[in-house]
Design a binder for this molecule. Structure first.
Ligand code: NA7
Length: 539
């Protein structure tokens, strides 16, 4: 089979890959998107667990680059369920006629920069070879699933599931004893639905988390029309806000209010639901006092909702709220009042192994018919490093990043020694702290502008400078150090899957609006901090 030639190869057909394809094709480039699934959607193709839903308001969880496209779509609910988001991405693919340039059921296994041809050579699990000037990752931050290496998983005789790789046909838990491991967004969304169906549900909880009420509801025709009429305002949120999304805020520190006023504001956001709980006092992620007010409010709510005192106490989170992504759920704390739901904390009673019949803990075995792993992802770097990406002199990215433990990038977009390789929402960018479509549009627009500059100026290669990477990592750390994030052990601060620490802060926490300014300034200064290689005659 001969090598197929493209101007750009993009990996992944989720929000990122679809928009990147559209932009570059409009620029006249010959682009191929490689996607492992048999349809578009990325994360939303795979994450079909019961209750899977977005935690950004639907009206913001959309592309805004085209007013016309925005006006053609109506979201049925305030928070979209997975099937609706998948339907939306299929609609986008059809509207923009994207499918013809996407190769489905194909996984990129290797991508190497060829020093002689100055091109990327891309290999797939279908034994194809592709060659392209630009190699772009749109693989997402949360797509490679994590099942912790518990001893004995294969010996379990019942059913096992991971929330991020849920079967396409409905799973029926009727009459079954189900163990759920993990209470992040996925577990919190899935459990109220599984609890309705299962004979018994036991949550094995390592860390209690803060869960805000979603208050999801159908959107009326008037509300849908209003969103379309407010397009300019919604688009503005992508540019002007730290999270690429607008929600209610008092605009002041909790310390500026009396306890009664604080409670009134918190009651309001609790009742209206969603992410506003984390932004009602804008200094919540930087000011311990403000943070305590919000954190304690949720702990009090847990006590109000959960009838058994001991269970309520066990559900109290004790880290600073917002220093892990706030979970948005529906009637989550309420499930612990059900007869068929049990809470087991792992803190003093860890999982020893999985056996034929269930999960063995230090203090005894919990027998079950099904285990649901809601244990998250090999986040931020997992999906990128799963491809064997090799830069100059065959250097593996895995080696440069020490297996994800010492990530080095410039702006989270580019890596020194990996010319013309770009990452959409890569590590050290704002990514998961934002409304993802906002972050994705900003990155894709930046990459597109960069490629326009290269093409117009006959520049063959662009590559981050080593000093730029060092400074960017320091900048990410410095900003994080001004916040409460470093106090919490999470995959943001760098607890890696195997428990070892990453060497730096993996996310830019300074806000998408500020990040955008930095990226734009770099571009305005003709890509300051990068080395540009003018095309030579050989090409
Ligand atoms: P998350 O948020 O990473 O949550 C994973 C959960 O699994 C969390 O409760 C973890 O406990 C738990 N976990 C992971 N490994 C283990 C082991 N070894 N033992 C016990 N429990 C474990 O993933 P989600 O899929 O829920 O959400 C991902 C993103 O989707 C989320 O950020 C939103 O942006 C949407 P821990 O808290 O680490 O103690």
């Amino acid at each position: 089979m001969g090598t197929k030639q493209f101007d750009a190869v993009v990996v992944g057909a989720g929000f990122a890959g679809l928009y990147m394809l559209h932009k570059l094709r409009e620029r006249g480039l010959n682009v191929r998107v490689i996607e492992a699934a048999d349809g578009v959607g990325g994360t939303w193709y795979w994450s079909r667990y019961p209750g899977a839903r977005c935690d950004s308001d639907s009206i913001y969880y959309s592309f805004t680059f085209s007013k016309e496209l925005y006006g053609k779509w109506r979201w049925p609910e305030r928070y979209s369920a997975q099937p609706d988001i998948l339907r939306y991405l299929n609609f986008v693919a059809d509207e923009l006629d994207l499918r013809k340039d996407i190769q489905f059921e194909t996984r990129v296994t290797k991508a190497s920069f060829n020093e002689k041809t100055k091109k990327w050579e891309i290999e797939t699990d279908t034994n194809e070879k592709l060659e392209a000037k630009y190699f772009i990752s749109g693989v997402g931050c949360l797509s490679t699933t994590n099942i912790p290496p518990f001893e004995g998983v294969e010996s379990f005789k019942g059913e096992t599931y991971h929330t991020g790789r849920w079967p396409h046909e409905k799973v029926d838990f009727t009459g079954k004893r189900v163990v759920v491991i993990g209470n992040g967004s996925s577990g919190v969304q899935a459990m109220p639905i599984i609890a309705e169906e299962a004979k018994e549900l036991t949550l094995l909880m390592r860390t209690p988390h803060y869960v805000a009420e979603a208050r999801n509801h159908p959107l009326t025709k008037e509300q849908q029309d209003e969103a379309i009429a407010n397009y300019d305002d919604i688009r503005d949120a992508f540019f002007s806000t730290p999270g690429g999304i607008k929600f209610y805020t008092t605009g002041k520190s909790a310390t500026e209010f009396t306890p009664e006023e604080q409670k009134k504001a918190l009651d309001y956001v609790w009742e209206t639901g969603g992410l506003a709980l984390g932004g009602v006092f804008p200094d919540v992620s930087v000011n311990k006092e403000s943070n305590f007010v919000v954190s304690q409010y949720v702990r009090d709510k847990i006590d109000e909702i959960v009838e058994d005192e001991e269970t309520a106490k066990a559900l109290h989170p004790d880290y600073y709220i917002n220093t892990k992504r706030l979970i948005i759920g529906t009637n989550y704390y309420e499930i612990f009042n059900r007869e068929n739901v049990n809470l087991v904390t792992l803190k003093d009673n860890p999982i020893v192994r999985i056996t034929e019949n269930g999960v063995e803990l230090q203090n005894g075995t919990i027998e079950c018919d099904a285990i649901v792993f809601a244990t998250g992802y090999d986040s931020m770097t997992g999906s990128i490093l799963r491809m064997d990406i090799r830069g100059r002199d065959g250097q593996p990215l895995k080696e440069k990043w020490e297996d994800g433990k010492a990530v080095k990038t410039y702006l989270g977009l580019s890596v020194q020694n990996f010319p013309n390789f770009f990452m959409i929402t890569g590590p050290q960018s704002p990514s998961v702290l934002t409304n993802m479509p906002s972050a994705i549009e900003q990155h894709v627009d930046w990459i597109d502008r960069c490629i326009e500059y290269l093409e117009e100026n006959n520049i063959q290669l662009i590559e981050a400078n080593e000093e730029s990477e060092i400074e960017w990592a320091k900048h990410c750390d410095d900003i994080a150090d001004q916040t409460l994030f470093p106090y919490t052990n999470s995959w943001y601060t760098g607890a890696n899957l195997d428990g070892t620490k990453r060497s730096g802060f993996i996310i830019y926490v300074g806000g998408l609006n500020n990040y955008r300014k930095i990226c734009d300034e770099v571009a305005d200064k003709n890509y300051e901090g990068f080395t540009l290689d003018v095309a030579n005659v050989l090409n």
